[in-house]
Design a protein around this ligand. Structure first.
Ligand SMILES: Nc1ncnc2c1ncn2[C@@H]1O[C@H](COP(=O)(O)OP(=O)(O)O)[C@@H](O)[C@H]1O
Ligand SMILES: [Mg+2]
Length: 1045
C-alpha cells in the first residue's frame, strides 16, 4: 500500500481533501513540498492539480502507462494517467461521454496535459491495424495544428494561440473510431504584429529553416527570417526548438493524416503568400486631383505573390491601393491613403491566414471523422488558451479571458454550486460552503442586452461616427456601479485615485485577477472587416485553395449584409462549447504555473497562491470534504451493483431505493459513508466506491464463470443427448440390418435343407417304386460298352508283329489301364511265341547260344557288346573242306561244337603262338596249325574254371583240375578272336554233358597254376596295346601282367 500511503503522507498528502489543518498556507506548503519531491500531480478528490515542472520527468514511460492501466484511482500515486484512465473506463464501461477540462494560465501546461491524456488513451485502448491508423491520425493532428496555431509568447515558448476542443469518438468496445476538432478564435493579430521577444506562428520559421532549396525556390522565399517584416526582422531561433526538424515532423504528420503532396504544397503556397504580403511596401503619391493616394513601392514582391497564386498583379495592386465604394447606387473607386492601404494589406494577410487555419482544421477533420451511423461514445479534450494578463491587454485578451471565465463557471457550477444544490435538493443534511460565483462577471461580458460584447456590437453597427471613446463612455454609464467593472471615470465617480488605470482603458475584476483592457482597436477587431475588393481579388486568383477561402469574393454572391462580428461569433461558439461540455461527465485538470520565468523546478509561492485563490481550490477542497464523492440515481445504481446481494440478484421486486438500501445494508459499509437522497444514493469516500466496484468486479467474474459453467453444462448435455439419440438410432438400424441378414441366411439354409430332404425323400420313394437298380444297370451297360469300344478299337489298331516293336496304344480310360497293360504283355508274349515257332533248329541253337552269351557276359565284359553283331559260326576252320585238317576232322567228327584258331600264351615268356582249337561235346583239343596234329586234348571234365578280363580283349585263362591228365603243364592262357562264342559254347557243352555250369570268373586279378608253381595274373589296362590282342608280360617267376585295352 505504498501508493495509498503516499496519498496519506503527513507532510505532503496526495489528496488535498485529507489535508489537516486546511488553510491556504498548508495547501500551498503541501503543493510546494510535493513539487520539490518531483510529485507534480496532486488530487482534490478526482480533480487533478498539475504544477508545471518545466523539465522532463521520467513518469510518462510505457511502464507507467501499464501501472495506471485499469488502476484503482485512489490506490496509486496521483498522476494525470489516473484521471485519463478513470475517464476512459467510465466511458467504456459505464457508457458515459466524458470531457476533460484542462484549465490554467498560459504556460501552465495545458497543452502538454492534453497530449498526455491523448497518448495515454491511445496506448491503453486496443490495438489493431485499423485502430492504430486512427490513433496515429488523431495524435498527428497535434504537430500540424501546433505548427500553424502555436507561437512563442513571453509566457510560453509554445503557446497555443487558438482554442482547441477535440472530441475523440469510440465504439462500444472502447476502440477509437475517429474524432472532430473544433477551433476557437485564432489570435490573428499576431500575423502582422507581435511584441518584442515573442514570435509569429511557428510555421513561418519552420518553413524558412526546414524547407528544401527546391521548395523555397518554388515558393519564392528566402531562407533568412530577417528579410520578412512580419517576422519582425529579428533573429528568430529559439533555444530547445529545432524549427527545421519540426518542419519535417509537420510534413510527416500531414502525410500520415492523409494530406496529398499537392495539398501540402498548396497550403505552403498560401502560407508563403501571407509572409510575402508583409513585404509589400506602399508609398504615397499624389493624384492629379491633388488627393493623396498610395501605390506599390516596389513591384517585385507583389509580382511574385501574383505568380504564386495565379493572379494579374494589376488586379491585386488595384485592390490594395483603392477601394470601391457604393455611393447612391453607384460604384465609385476611391483611392486609399498609405495607412489605409497598410490596414487593408494586413487585414488581407490576417484573413488569409485565419481562414487557412480553419481550412486546415476542416481538412484534418475530413480525415479523422467517423462515418455516420455508427453508435459512438465521446471523450472531449478541451485545451483552450489560458487566462492572460499582459502589460497591454486588447480585444484578444478580453475574449480569451471571457472564455476562461466561462470555463471557471462550469467548474463552479459542476463542482461547487451544483453539488451543494443537489444535496439540498436530495434532502441530504448539508452545511453550505461559501464560494465565489463568477456568473456575475460572465453576465457582465455576455449579457445579450447589456453585456460588454453586446455594447461593442452595437457600437460597430451604429451609423455615424464610431470609435472606441463612445464605446467606453457607454460602458461607463452602464456599469458605473458594477462591482467587477472599473474605469477612470467610475473611479473618479467613487473618488478613487488609481494611477495604474489609464484613461483609454477599462478594468474587469476577473475571477483570476484584475485585467485592464485598452479599448483601442476593439471596434476594428470586432468588425474584422476585409475590403470587398480584396476578397474579390482573392477569389479571382487561380490558386484553388486560396480561392476557396474567399467564397464571398464571388461577384455573383454579393451580400450587403454585414458578417457577424468576431465577438458575436466567439460568444456563440463558446455557448455551443459550454452546452457540449455540460452534456458530458467532466474531469478536471487544473494546471498551475510555478514561476514566470519558465525555470525548471522553481516554485514561487506568491504566484502559486494567487492561482490557488482564483482557481478556488480551497473551496473545492471544502466542498469535497463535506460532500460525497459519488452519487447516482437509485435505478442505475441498483442495476450496476445488484449482483452483490442474493436479495437483489437477479431481480429486485420493490422500489429501486429499497433495493439499494437492502443491498448496502448487506454490504455493511459504515453508515457515515452513505446517504440516501430522494432520488440518488450518495457515497462519501471514493474508497467506498472503489471497494464496491472491486466487489462487483469479483462478483462479475464469478457470475461470468457461472454462466459459462451453466452454458457449458447445457451444451455438453445437449451434445450428449444428441449423441445418445443418434447412437440408439444407429444401433437399432444396425441390429435390424443384422437380424434381417441373419434371417435371410437362415431362410436360404432352410430352403436348401428342405430341398435336399424333399429330394432325398422323393428319390427314396422313387427308387422303391420305379426302376430300382436302373442306375447300376445303366452303369454296367455303359461300362461294358466302353470296354467293347476299347477292345474293338484295339483290335483294329494292333501294333506290328515285329518283336522289337514294343509300342502299344494307351488306355482310353483310367479304369482300363491295368487291363490294357495286361493285354499288352499278353500280346507281346504271343508275338514272341509266334516268332520263336517260325525259327529253324539252327537258328534256334544260334539264338540259344546268343542268349546264353548274354546271360554270361551282359554288362560284365566290354567285349560282349561287340560280339552282338557277329553271328556264332562255330566252324571257322573249314575242317571239311581243307584236306589238311583231315586228321582233326576225324577226331572231332559228329561231335564238333566249335573249330577256331587261337593263340596260346607261352607260360614262361608270355609270347603267343597260334594253335587250332577244337571243341567237341567231350573234349577240348589244341592242335598245331602246321601239322594239324593235336597237341593237347583235354576232357571237358578237367576244366575247373575259366577266367577272363572285364575288357574287350580275347584273353582267357583255362584253369584245369590238378588231377587231370592234360593239366600237368598247368593252366592254359589263350587269346581267342571269338572269345564270347568260345566260352558260351564251352558252357553250353558242359551243361549238356554234365548238367553243370561252367565256373566263369570275370576278373582283373586271378591266379593260375603252372608247372613251376602259381602265377598271379594282373590285368592292366593300357592304351598301348591293340584292342583285341592282349600282351602278356612275365614279371618274375610268379607274376604276369596282361596288358589290355
Ligand atoms: N508535464 C510536464 N512536464 C514537463 N514539462 C512540461 C509539462 N507540462 C508543461 N511543460 C513545459 O511547459 C511548457 C508550456 O506548456 P504548455 O502546455 O504549452 O502550456 P499551456 O498550453 O498551458 O500554455 C511546455 O512547452 C513544456 O516545456
Ligand atoms: Mg497551450
Amino acid at each position: 500500500m505504498e501508493a495509498a500511503n503516499s496519498l496519506l503522507d503527513a507532510a505532503a498528502v496526495g489528496d488535498l481533501v485529507l489535508l489537516d489543518p486546511l488553510t491556504e498556507e498548508s495547501l500551498l506548503h503541501t503543493l510546494q513540498e510535493r513539487f520539490h519531491r518531483g510529485d507534480i500531480y496532486t488530487y482534490i478528490g478526482n480533480v487533478v492539480i498539475s504544477v508545471n515542472p518545466y523539465r522532463s520527468l521520467p513518469i510518462y514511460t510505457p511502464e507507467k502507462v501499464q501501472e495506471y492501466h485499469n488502476c484503482n484511482f485512489f490506490a496509486v500515486k496521483p498522476h494525470i494517467y489516473a484521471i485519463a484512465d478513470d475517464a476512459y473506463r467510465s466511458l467504456r464501461d459505464r457508457d458515459r461521454d466524458q470531457c476533460i477540462l484542462i484549465t490554467g494560465e498560459s504556460g501552465a501546461g495545458k497543452t502538454e496535459a492534453s497530449k498526455l491524456v491523448m497518448s495515454y488513451v491511445a496506448a491503453v485502448c486496443s490495438k489493431g491495424e485499423e485502430v492504430d491508423k486512427v490513433k496515429e491520425q488523431l495524435l498527428q493532428s497535434n504537430p500540424v495544428l501546433e505548427a500553424f496555431g502555436n507561437a512563442k509568447t513571453v509566457r510560453n515558448d509554445n503557446s497555443s494561440r487558438f482554442g482547441k476542443y477535440m472530441d475523440v469518438e469510440f465504439d462500444f468496445k472502447g476502440e477509437p473510431l475517429g474524432g472532430v476538432i473544433s477551433n476557437y478564435l485564432l489570435e490573428k493579430s499576431r500575423i502582422v504584429r507581435h511584441v518584442k521577444g515573442e514570435r509569429n506562428f511557428h510555421i513561418f520559421y519552420q518553413l524558412l529553416a526546414g524547407g528544401s532549396v527546391k521548395q523555397l525556390q518554388h515558393l519564392k522565399l528566402r531562407q533568412d527570417c530577417r528579410h520578412y517584416s512580419y517576422l519582425n526582422r529579428e533573429s528568430s531561433g529559439l533555444p530547445g526548438m529545432d524549427d527545421a526538424a519540426n518542419f519535417h515532423a509537420t510534413q510527416d504528420a500531414m502525410r500520415i493524416i492523409g494530406f496529398s503532396p499537392a495539398e501540402v504544397m498548396a497550403l505552403l503556397e498560401v502560407t508563403a503568400v501571407v509572409l510575402k504580403l508583409g513585404n509589400v511596401q506602399l508609398s504615397s503619391s499624389y493624384q492629379a486631383s491633388g488627393m493623396e493616394a498610395c501605390s506599390i513601392a516596389e513591384p517585385q514582391e507583389l509580382q511574385e505573390i501574383c505568380e504564386l497564386i495565379g493572379l494579374d498583379p494589376s488586379r491585386l495592386e488595384r485592390a490594395l491601393c483603392s477601394r470601391t465604394v457604393k455611393a447612391r447606387d453607384e460604384m465609385v473607386l476611391t483611392t486609399l491613403s498609405v495607412p489605409q492601404g497598410y490596414y487593408g494589406r494586413d487585414a488581407l494577410a490576417k484573413n488569409i491566414y485565419s481562414r487557412l487555419f480553419d481550412w486546415l482544421v476542416n481538412r484534418i477533420n475530413a480525415s479523422i471523422q467517423v462515418k455516420p451511423g455508427k453508435q459512438r461514445k465521446v471523450m472531449g479534450v478541451l485545451d483552450i488558451y489560458g487566462f492572460e494578463i499582459f502589460q497591454d491587454n486588447s480585444f484578444e485578451q478580453f475574449i480569451i479571458n471571457y472564455c476562461n471565465e466561462k470555463l471557471q463557471q462550469i467548474f463552479i457550477l459542476m463542482t461547487l454550486k451544483e453539488e451543494q444544490e443537489e444535496y439540498v435538493r436530495e434532502g441530504i443534511q448539508w452545511t453550505p460552503v461559501e464560494f465565489f460565483d463568477n456568473s456575475i462577471i460572465c453576465n457582465l461580458i455576455e449579457n445579450s442586452k447589456c453585456g460588454i460584447l453586446a455594447m461593442l456590437d452595437e457600437e460597430c453597427l451604429r451609423p455615424g461616427v464610431v470609435n472606441e471613446d463612445t464605446f467606453l463612455t457607454k460602458l461607463n454609464q452602464l456599469f458605473a456601479t458594477h462591482k467587477h467593472y472599473e474605469s477612470k471615470e467610475t473611479q473618479n465617480a467613487r473618488r478613487i485615485m488609481d494611477a495604474s488605470l489609464p484613461p483609454q482603458c477599462f478594468r474587469i475584476h476577473h475571477y483570476a485577477g484584475k485585467v485592464t483592457y485598452n479599448v483601442m482597436g476593439f471596434i476594428e477587431k470586432n468588425n474584422d472587416l476585409l475590403f470587398r475588393d480584396l476578397s474579390q481579388a482573392m477569389w479571382a486568383a487561380q490558386h484553388a485553395l486560396l480561392r476557396s477561402l474567399f467564397p464571398e469574393g464571388d461577384p455573383q454572391k454579393v451580400s450587403l449584409k454585414l458578417p457577424p462580428t468576431a465577438g458575436f461569433q466567439f460568444k456563440a461558439s463558446v455557448a455551443t462549447l459550454m452546452k457540449n461540455l455540460y452534456s458530458k461527465n467532466p474531469n478536471y485538470i487544473r494546471c498551475i504555473k510555478p514561476n514566470e520565468t519558465k525555470t525548471a523546478m522553481l516554485f514561487t509561492p506568491e504566484l502559486v497562491l494567487a492561482q490557488i485563490r482564483y482557481l478556488g481550490l480551497m473551496e473545492n477542497v471544502r466542498v469535497r470534504r463535506a460532500g460525497y464523492a459519488f452519487r447516482q440515481l437509485y435505478g442505475p445504481f441498483l442495476e450496476r451493483y445488484k449482483m452483490l446481494s442474493p436479495q437483489t440478484w437477479p431481480r429486485w421486486a420493490g422500489s429501486d431505493r429499497d433495493g439499494a438500501e437492502v443491498l448496502l445494508a448487506e454490504l455493511a459499509f459504515p453508515p457515515e459513508e452513505l446517504a440516501f437522497g430522494h432520488t440518488k444514493i450518495f457515497i462519501r469516500s471514493p474508497r467506498t466506491l472503489f471497494d464496491l466496484e472491486r466487489q462487483r468486479q469479483e462478483r462479475v467474474v464469478q457470475l461470468a464463470t457461472l454462466i459459462q459453467k451453466m452454458f457449458r453444462g447445457w451444451r455438453c448435455r445437449m451434445h450428449y443427448q444428441r449423441m445418445r439419440k443418434s447412437q440408439i438410432i444407429i444401433s437399432a438400424w444396425f441390429r435390424g440390418h443384422m437380424q434381417k441378414n441373419k434371417y435371410k441366411q437362415m431362410k436360404r439354409s432352410a430352403l436348401i435343407i428342405q430341398a435336399h430332404v424333399r429330394g432325398w425323400k422323393v428319390r427314396r420313394a422313387y427308387r422303391r417304386y420305379f426302376r430300382a437298380g436302373a442306375s447300376a444297370r445303366l452303369a454296367n451297360f455303359i461300362y461294358r460298352r466302353l470296354v467293347q469300344k476299347f477292345l474293338v478299337s484295339l483290335g483294329r489298331n494292333l501294333p506290328s508283329l515285329v518283336v522289337t516293336d514294343r509300342t502299344w496304344p494307351p488306355a482310353p480310360y483310367k479304369f482300363l489301364a491295368d487291363a490294357n497293360q495286361e493285354l499288352r504283355s499278353i500280346f507281346y508274349h504271343w508275338k514272341c511265341k509266334k516268332y520263336r515257332e517260325q525259327l529253324t533248329p539252327q537258328r534256334r541253337a544260334l539264338l540259344q547260344a546268343k542268349l546264353c552269351a548274354s546271360e554270361l557276359f551282359k554288362d560284365k565284359k566290354t567285349l560282349y557288346s561287340k560280339s552282338l553283331q557277329q553271328p556264332f559260326q562255330g566252324e571257322y576252320l573249314g575242317l571239311t573242306q581243307n584236306p589238311k585238317y583231315q586228321k582233326l576232322h576225324a577226331v572231332a567228327k559228329d561231335k564238333l561244337v566249335m573249330a577256331d584258331t587261337v593263340r596260346k600264351v607261352n607260360r614262361a615268356s608270355g609270347k603267343t603262338v597260334p594253335r587250332l582249337l577244337l571243341l567237341t561235346t567231350e573234349h577240348l583239343v589244341l592242335a598245331d596249325p602246321k601239322a594239324a596234329q593235336p597237341k593237347t586234348v583235354l576232357s571237358l571234365g578237367d576244366i575247373r574254371s575259366v577266367s577272363v578280363t572285364r575288357f574287350s580283349d580275347g584273353f582267357l585263362a583255362l584253369h584245369l583240375k590238378e588231377t587231370s591228365t592234360g593239366g600237368a603243364k598247368g593252366d592254359f592262357l589263350l587269346v581267342s578272336d571269338h572269345l564270347i562264342e568260345l566260352i558260351t559254347r564251352l558252357h553250353q557243352t558242359l551243361m549238356d554233358t554234365t548238367a553243370q555250369a561252367l565256373p566263369l570268373h570275370i576278373t582283373d586279378q586271378f591266379s593260375t597254376r603252372f608247372q613251376k608253381g602259381d602265377v598271379a595274373v594282373t590285368v592292366v589296362e593300357s592304351a598301348k596295346v591293340d584292342s583285341n590282342v592282349p600282351v602278356c608280360k612275365k614279371r618274375g617267376s610268379h607274376k604276369m601282367e596282361v596288358l589290355v585295352h
